[in-house]
Design a protein around this ligand. Structure first.
Ligand code: DP6
Length: 321
């Protein structure tokens, strides 16, 4: 039986998406900029379900009852394949799932990549973006490697700003907790859109932050990128905090990582952080400082683990035979 497997990497947003302009079609209300990482990945295998007339999704070997993120991309893609196959979709993450580590982005983009190859579709990038977007608003960015812009004014077109070799920064993912988060990004951003008094300001600032980040990346300006990334992150978490009910994903360990980052910066190391809808802290740093940053975080905070990565590439098909 034909089986197709693809690998895709997570991406972490430096200028973030938090809020939709269309919930039905899952359209982000703003543009975003991210980095795709290399050592973390989702590996997704698909094949025809010969046992039952339904799609079945397994994540890390466990069958999922919630197929709401995978069925819309699947329905969209089947318009191209003209296939009415029921599929088994087996996805494995080599990192903790559902704790703010972008597993849906890498999971969905690896699924879209596997499906496209399985049915020989040869889609253009706009159709790939569309199918990922229907699954998760951050997923299209994982279709592209390096530093990526997703432009909401241009049909969510995803373009590479710089590739890894242009500016080979490292990413350290500080695992603060492996617990599943209580409020999903999807629920949280709806609450923020409906209730945060600063949601409008958050929408307004997006263009400015995108421009600042684009310029900083093109000029490889670490200080400039630090400033806009951290400001954008703080503002997103302020939008969450000012929502009703108030949303907070950070823990004391998250804050201790931030204190450590500040002290490393005072000692002359080049690094900055971002935090998504979970307690984990992602540090982007000059590779010359990676070793010492990793050691300081492990020695001086209660993090569970630190995953080291560089910038990654686009999804790819792998041959498992
Ligand atoms: C905080 O892409 O997970 O990570 O579109 O509802 O699936 P859905 O949301 P999702 O939200 C990502 C939110 C974020 C910021 C970002 O990655 O831009």
């Amino acid at each position: 039986m034909k089986e197709t497997t693809a690998i895709a990497h997570p991406n972490f947003a430096l200028v973030k998406y938090w809020g939709k302009k269309d919930t039905k079609k899952n359209r982000p209300a703003m543009s975003s900029i991210s980095v795709t990482v290399d050592t973390m990945y989702s590996k997704t295998k698909i094949f025809k379900n010969s046992q039952s007339r339904r799609h079945q999704l397994f994540i890390n070997g466990v069958e999922e009852s919630d197929l709401s993120k995978i069925l819309p991309p699947l329905a969209y893609l089947s318009e191209f394949s003209k296939s009415d196959d029921y599929l088994i979709i087996q996805s494995q993450n080599n990192f903790p799932t559902t704790s703010g580590l972008a597993s849906s982005a890498s999971g969905i983009s690896s699924f879209v990549t596997a499906y496209e190859a399985h049915y020989d579709l040869n889609l253009d990038i706009s159709h790939r973006v569309e199918s990922c977007l229907l699954g998760s608003g951050s997923a299209p960015r994982s279709l592209v490697g390096g530093f990526v812009l997703m432009d909401h004014n241009n049909n969510y077109k995803c373009t590479q700003i710089l590739q890894k070799s242009d500016w080979p920064l490292d990413v350290l993912v500080c695992i603060v907790s492996k617990e599943q988060k209580e409020i999903s990004s999807r629920e949280g951003m709806e609450i923020s859109k409906e209730t945060s008094p600063i949601y409008h300001d958050w929408l307004q600032i997006n263009d400015k932050h995108i421009q600042l980040a684009l310029n900083a990346i093109k000029e490889k300006d670490m200080i400039g990128l630090e400033s806009v990334t951290e400001e954008n992150c703080k503002m997103m978490h302020e939008v969450m905090k000012t929502s009703t009910p108030s949303i907070s994903y950070m823990t004391d360990v998250t804050h201790s990582c931030l204190t450590e980052i500040q002290s490393l910066r005072s000692s002359g190391h080049k690094l900055f952080y971002t935090i998504d809808a979970g307690p984990q802290v992602k540090i982007i740093c000059d590779p010359n400082s990676t070793k010492i940053i990793k050691k300081s975080i492990i020695d001086n905070t209660d993090v569970i683990d630190v995953i080291q990565a560089g910038l990654g590439g686009p999804p790819r098909i792998i041959d498992e035979n």
